[in-house]
Design a protein around this ligand. Structure first.
Ligand SMILES: *Cc1c(COP(=O)(O)O)cnc(C)c1O
Length: 480
């Protein structure tokens, strides 16, 4: 008999697991349905592992115990919430993997209120008749951006798709080869465009595209797309066309222009010390592009959403687009966005909008925060560890200010590398978890992205991690 089949012979059967004393009490009522599927999955995984296994063959009893343990653990995990709050010690302000911008508290309150209660989402209270969903939020966005009107959709990917689909109607779409971008893992511009049914016409080269390249392809029935490069820069022998130059040419040639502005900032970040480079949404809209799209949770500092800005006539047509409903946002998103845009209208700025607040933190404030953490923690740090407040670099993240880092202050722990790594893992397994930065020098917490109200939680997180390390269990719960 082959090695694999002798291993597989010992694999417990589903019926044996369903009758196991340790699992029977869990299988009461309708839970039996999903738990049976879970057991099937565990056995299938185990079978796949056994086929590849080497070394001594496990006994039937060992395999049964493993399967039962996995089922119980998986069941326990599934019956708890599937997310963990994170204290962001990375210094990346708009961190896509950690949920991008944090809501202003007022926006979170608004989302909670409309989630818990009924509201006039699509109801006109004075007349008692059907109302327009989100129109006042869109009016606020349009006024801030200097556009005639705006349409709110699920995210910028949806905004780009809808804008291009609407203007090109399956015709030719011209895009510079330097702007066939990928944003994050799943937004690849040419793939999104293919799904609009258009024919993509790539022009120019990766590093150089001229106004002539565009002009040559502007035959009737062509839509032009310009995309903000967001997460990378092109340096050296380059040539590019500004949105305004392109808009002027499109006007002459009678071709509509869509501009994917990416971040869509309402706040001039130079005012708080960031380098010039990112344009303001109001400038993007003023370029004369027919439709301008952006995200709601990047430099705007709001929630996941996309906004399409344009003329009243064009946005009215977009509103009637058959796919619009597929991209519409939830009432909680509208309520949160309403609150954020209101904060911009009132010019509340810092500290109302956390993203802006974090980006605006000065070095003195940052050093004070880092020193505060060190003062709380220094006395209880493991032997052989040393803590210091050191200069470091934060970044904006979210594919904005791609080549820019902002000077910051970090709490830096140095000591035995393996211990620092073990500590970082324990920190990540806490609740809230703390995600910092491990580098050559040590384990760092960039305090820019830690809110004032979270400082005590950071202190507790370190104390707990150090306790776990000294208690001799490793982070998988085994005794070291
Ligand atoms: C971030 C980004 C997108 C995707 O935006 P989402 O809101 O995440 O869908 C598209 N285009 C550009 C230029 C971006 O920077």
């Amino acid at each position: 008999m082959s090695d694999a089949s002798s291993r597989l012979r010992e694999l417990p059967q589903i019926s044996v697991l369903l009758a196991d004393d340790r699992l029977v009490p869990l299988l009461a009522g309708r839970r039996k349905q999903w738990l049976t599927r879970l057991i099937q999955g565990v056995v299938a995984d185990l079978r796949a592992e056994l086929k590849k296994a080497k070394g001594p063959v496990s006994s039937r009893e060992q395999l049964l115990n493993i399967a039962v343990e996995r089922v119980v653990n998986k069941k326990d995990t599934l019956e708890k919430k599937s997310w963990t709050r994170v204290l962001n010690g990375t210094g990346v302000v708009v961190h896509t993997n950690l949920g991008r911008s944090c809501f202003p508290p007022a926006a979170a309150d608004a989302a909670r209120t409309v989630a818990l209660h009924n509201s006039d989402l699509e109801f006109d209270l004075p007349s008692g008749t059907r109302g327009h969903r989100g129109r006042q939020v869109e009016e606020k966005a349009a006024l801030l951006a200097g556009a005639e009107d705006a349409l709110i959709v699920n995210n910028n990917a949806a905004a780009v798709w809808l804008a291009v689909r609407h203007l090109s109607r399956g015709g030719r779409v011209v895009l510079s080869r330097g702007e066939v971008v990928a944003i994050g893992g799943s937004f690849r511009m040419h793939e999104i465009l293919a799904e609009t049914g258009c024919t993509l016409v790539e022009i120019g080269t990766t590093n150089r595209t001229s106004l002539e390249d565009y002009r040559a392809e502007m035959i009737p029935g062509t839509t032009v797309l310009k995309v903000h490069r967001s997460n990378f820069t092109v340096e050296g022998f380059t040539e590019d066309v500004t949105v305004a130059e392109l808009a002027a040419l499109c006007q002459v040639e009678g071709c509509p222009l869509v501009y994917d502005a990416g971040s869509g900032a309402f706040f001039p970040y130079e005012e708080v010390g960031l380098p010039a480079g990112e344009t303001l949404l109001i400038e993007d809209v003023a370029t004369g592009a027919d439709l301008v799209t952006c995200s709601g949770d990047k430099l705007l500092g709001g929630c996941q959403a996309g906004v399409i800005y344009g003329s009243a006539a064009e946005v009215a047509k977009l509103r009637k687009h058959p796919m619009r409903r597929a991209f519409r946002v939830d009432k909680t998103t509208l309520a949160a966005l309403d609150e954020i845009l209101t904060a911009y209208l009132r010019e509340e700025g810092r500290p109302a909008i956390p993203t802006l607040d974090q980006l605006a933190l000065g070095l003195d404030e940052l050093a004070g925060k880092a020193q505060g953490l060190l003062d709380e923690l220094a006395a209880t740090a493991p032997t052989g560890w040393s803590g210091q407040v050191v200069p470091g670099q934060s970044s904006v993240g979210g594919g904005t200010f791609s080549s820019t880092s902002i000077e910051s202050r970090l709490l830096m722990w140095t000591g035995p590398k393996a211990e620092l790594e073990r500590c970082h893992q324990w920190l990540r397994l806490g609740d809230p978890a703390l995600v910092g930065r491990m580098n050559q020098e040590g384990l760092a917490v960039d305090v820019r992205t830690i809110a004032e109200a979270e400082m005590e939680l950071v202190v507790q997180a370190f104390r707990l991690a150090w306790e776990k390390m000294s208690s001799g269990t490793d982070s998988n719960g085994r005794s070291a």
